[in-house]
Design a protein around this ligand. Structure first.
Ligand code: TIU
Length: 223
């Protein structure tokens, strides 16, 4: 039976049916979040990302306890790097790049320890994991087909980083007809100013790409 829940959000309340709304957790991977990982190796402050672990854990637990749909993504490439565009490989002019040996295995390569999801948010059997070669979760993946097959119309998008993979995915989802709500405590950026602007860009102009709220408001509305 259809049940509509209303969440306090910006620019206005987000209405959703939990049965057709999936929790989409973007790239909560060890290489982006863990001290000693690739993200920190590049000089980034991982505490800005680690702040999102606890709120994501609580939202994920609430979502799972109600038997609702959860989907995870990971950014990474085939071990032979056949799906790694040369442009992405050399971007940044860093001494260490994707595919090279990093602190937790080969950087952003599927099957390596650093590429996997952090233990705190590890997927359960039955929760789809989307391996994506790009920033957006729809590019060169079967995410859209999976969402269509599950009857999903709306997405709660969380994860890292706010202005890169979360924003790209929200824009891609928006163009494919999905409503997206982004709980700000569950998304993180290495750069505080990008966190603020990345969220503003979503909710500006009457919610040009979607809604922004907080996980506590989503959980409160559910219970
Ligand atoms: N997942 C994701 O956002 N990948 C990135 O490379 N993000 C950066 O902010 N670099």
């Amino acid at each position: 039976p259809e049940k509509t829940i209303s969440v306090d959000a910006e620019p206005y309340s987000f209405e959703f049916d939990p049965e057709t709304c999936a929790l989409l957790i973007i790239d909560m991977q060890r290489d982006f979040l863990e001290p000693g990982g690739f993200g920190e190796m590049l000089g980034n402050d991982v505490s800005q990302l680690r702040r999102t672990i606890e709120p994501n854990k609580k939202l994920l637990a609430a979502w799972r306890s109600l038997g609702l749909k959860v989907i995870h993504t990971r950014e990474g490439h085939r071990p032979d790097l056949a799906d790694l565009p040369p442009a992405k490989k050399i971007r940044g002019r860093s001494a260490t790049c994707i595919g090279d040996a990093g602190p937790m295995g080969r950087i952003l390569v599927r099957g390596e320890a650093g590429h996997d999801i952090i233990p705190e948010l590890y997927p359960l059997p039955g929760e789809p994991v989307i391996d994506k070669p790009g920033k957006g979760a729809f590019f060169a993946t079967d995410l859209h087909a999976i969402l269509q097959n599950l009857g999903v119309k709306q997405l709660i998008v969380t994860g890292v980083t706010t202005e890169v993979c979360v924003n790209t995915t929200v824009r891609e989802a928006n163009d494919r007809g999905y409503d997206c709500i982004v709980p700000e405590d569950c998304v993180g950026s290495y750069f505080p100013e990008f966190q603020a602007m990345g969220l503003k860009m979503i909710k500006a102009q009457g919610g040009i790409f979607g809604w922004v709220s907080d996980s506590t408001k989503i959980i409160a509305a559910m219970t």
